[in-house]
Design a protein around this ligand. Structure first.
Ligand SMILES: [Ca+2]
Ligand SMILES: [Ca+2]
Length: 333
């Protein structure tokens, strides 16, 4: 892979759709030397979609197929891993579970003015939890993501939040577009939610009140932000037009980090696609591996081969990230 900072790999582990599905079968997925999950051949679901983010130039990967019934059938499959460059990830603060010392947030000048004039009159930084370690309560956190490209196609905002010691049940999150015209007015406000359930909001993070010690990760699609009244709102047109947006959390809730993931740049040069299927064969029989996108039309994958009586894993490159099914047929019965 080209040397790059941020990559996203997406792939799926699919269940065995043959008659011999065994719930004790599983696939252990190891990426970069770390087990990221063990995915069971659960009858209740067809598969698992997995997204994993990593940095650096290479990603060692290993799939361990574990089966309780090593018959000649297909077991689970790992299909169509797609790796895309995700250069447009910005992390504000540090992803460290509210580690100390605090990371500085950087509200724009206009947002800084607004925080002082219309919010809590004092602001706090990442990793500062109101009421904890001498951080004052009834204060506000603000950060501005600036210099957003005008052609951004999608944006997901991740925030890790924890409730401090004050009256957190009234705590809120706002997204604003505070510029010089709006620097002393909440007319810049574009979206507003209560973190937990409140009188006029079912709760962004919880459907019960947000209370001291609660920790949650908010994952917010900025093209479909959930509103308290139901439905969603799309802030992307405004984000494209303004080139920035502001986040405000108030007033007794701390923020570990804010991560903005703009649409990954998809491109053939920067993608790598792999599939792995788990097969078992009987000695001396001829087999042909086939794949299908619709379970109706099947095409041969590679040449037919003779079974050796062992279980094994076949790796192959695949032409697209579409859902794909696999089967193993015998050709000399
Ligand atoms: Ca409060
Ligand atoms: Ca942090």
């Amino acid at each position: 892979m080209p040397s790059s900072n941020q990559w996203v790999v997406r792939f799926s582990v699919n269940a065995d759709e043959s008659t011999s599905r065994n719930p004790s079968d599983n696939v252990r997925v190891i990426l970069g030397g770390v087990t990221i999950g063990v995915y069971s051949n659960t009858p209740a679901r067809a598969g698992y979609g997995i997204t994993y983010r990593f940095g650096g130039a290479t990603l060692p990967y290993r799939f361990e197929f574990n089966s309780g019934n090593a018959t000649k059938d297909l077991h689970q499959t790992v299909t169509a891993g797609v790796i895309t460059e995700s250069l447009n990830v910005r992390v504000a603060g540090t992803v460290n579970g509210f580690g100390q010392p605090p990371s500085l947030s950087s509200p724009s000048r206009a947002l800084g003015n607004l925080l002082l004039m219309e919010y809590a009159h004092r602001r706090f930084d990442f990793d500062q939890v109101p009421g904890v370690n001498s951080v004052a309560g009834n204060t506000a956190f603000g950060h501005t993501f600036a210099n957003i490209p005008p052609d951004v196609e999608g944006a997901t905002l991740w925030l890790k939040l924890t409730a401090g010691t004050g009256t957190t049940a009234t705590d809120t999150m706002d997204i604003l577009f505070t510029d010089t015209q709006n620097s002393s007015s909440k007319s810049a406000l574009a979206w507003h939610r209560s973190l937990g359930q409140s009188a006029d909001d079912p709760g962004l993070l919880k459907n019960t009140p947000w209370v001291q010690g609660d920790v949650a990760i908010a994952k917010l699609d900025l093209s479909a932000l959930p509103m308290s009244t139901g439905g969603t709102t799309n802030l992307l047109p405004l984000i494209r037009a303004k080139g920035f947006f502001d986040i405000v959390i108030e007033n007794d809730t701390g923020v570990d980090y804010a991560l903005l993931d703009m649409s990954p740049k998809h491109g053939a040069l920067n993608s790598l696609e792999i599939s792995a299927v788990d097969i078992s064969t009987e000695f001396g029989k001829a087999y042909q591996l086939q794949s299908s996108e619709d379970l109706t039309t099947w095409v041969n994958l590679g040449d037919s081969f003779f079974g050796d009586g062992e279980r094994g894993v076949k790796l192959m490159s695949t032409p697209s990230s579409k859902q794909r099914f696999y089967r193993l047929v015998t050709t000399n019965e």
